[in-house]
Ligand binder design. Sequence first.
Ligand SMILES: Cc1ncc(COP(=O)(O)O)c(C=O)c1O
Length: 431
Amino acid sequence: MTVLHGIRPDEETARKLDESDPLSSLRNQFSIPTGASGQPVMYFCGNSLGLPPAKANYYVQEVMDEWAARGVHGHQQGPAPWFPYHELFHETGARLVGARPGEVIMMNSLTVNLHLLLTTFYRPEGKRQKILMESPAFPSDIYCLQSHIAARGLNPAEVLVTCGPSSGADCLETTHVLQAIEQHGDELATIMMGGVNFLTGQVLDMAAITEAGHRVGAAVGFDLAHAAGNVIMSLHDWEVDFAAWCSYKYLNASPGAIAGAYIHETHATNRSLPRLAGWWGNEPDTRFRMHLEETFVPVDSADAWQLSNPPILAMAPLRASLELFDTTGMPALRERSLRLTGYLRAMLESRPGCRYKVITPEEDEQHGCQLSIVIEGDATDAFATIEAADVVADFRPPNVVRVAPTPMYNTFHDCWRFAMLMGDRFGSPSA
Ligand SMILES: Cc1ncc(COP(=O)(O)O)c(C=O)c1O
């Protein structure tokens, strides 16, 4: 746990923390929206939509210019030809999630990628039909799993099983997840969970869940929407079978940005796996032989799950985003993130008797950037007063406010101002 309790809750200390932080200048590479006051807002919504890195414009313009200058020849020519454009992200994408370059492909969007991966990794057979997911789970994941189950002629109400926090608890206990895996045992075909829970910000023990899933013979995958660019992962070493994530949250790659998919190398190189196929998943050497080659020959990597030729304009901002992650490195970003989020928690908890509670676990390995704050009383109204003070955060009914200081562009001063605002709005009269 990052020890920040006891730190002085005053503005000068917050400013000093910013001045002495070696990564503070990263913020200059982002556009920060301006609020009603004319000053930059306190932007805590990187868990929902990150902010634009300055260089994104350059890469988008580059594609436009190349298109104008070369037309179709842009596929083969220019500073970043489009035919192999997706290959630009093999290494940087893999480093983000602790994978090997052949295990990661940036493509499509998150729910689409989950569908593609489940076609491969949900293979109900005999009594092994169930899928285990966490509760609460993100609705798109629930719909996605329900539809896969129904598409195989099975009943989602029987086959989709969940594991949630025990009564009265806010977050999941790893031991309960492991028990659920044990309990469903050889009836489990697949386990799919959010690596970081969207509502509570809790980081699940992905290594332990993968190991337990494999012990009972299930395929194990994670939705990493809230994990990519937020926490450090070792998907390859943990032997996670599959994963997918979006790039518009902590990765700052634009609204609805091109997403990521990971497939462990043992599967990525297995050409006989069932999958949905399209020409961009075919070996590049024969991809353009068209009607002369009617047999699909999958690329020997995660690229084989691609379907269409990718939207290059949409991919361009990813270059700016992943370059920043690569040059700074996840270890340094995570270290700063722990200090920022630890500081925010300490400031929020420095005023006793407030009508809110942070429900995100406090242990470093169980949280990322995000803190989820449960508001007592009329939370909708409360959130409106927070927003009116130039805070950009989000509200998940009935009573959770999510705030995520991100290490790329948030400051200790943002955190201090937000915590003081919360204390003023929701402090008890005597506090
Ligand atoms: C945990 C999680 N899963 C899935 C999704 C759906 O993402 P998309 O619309 O990119 O498919 C989101 C979106 O915010 C999410 O937070």
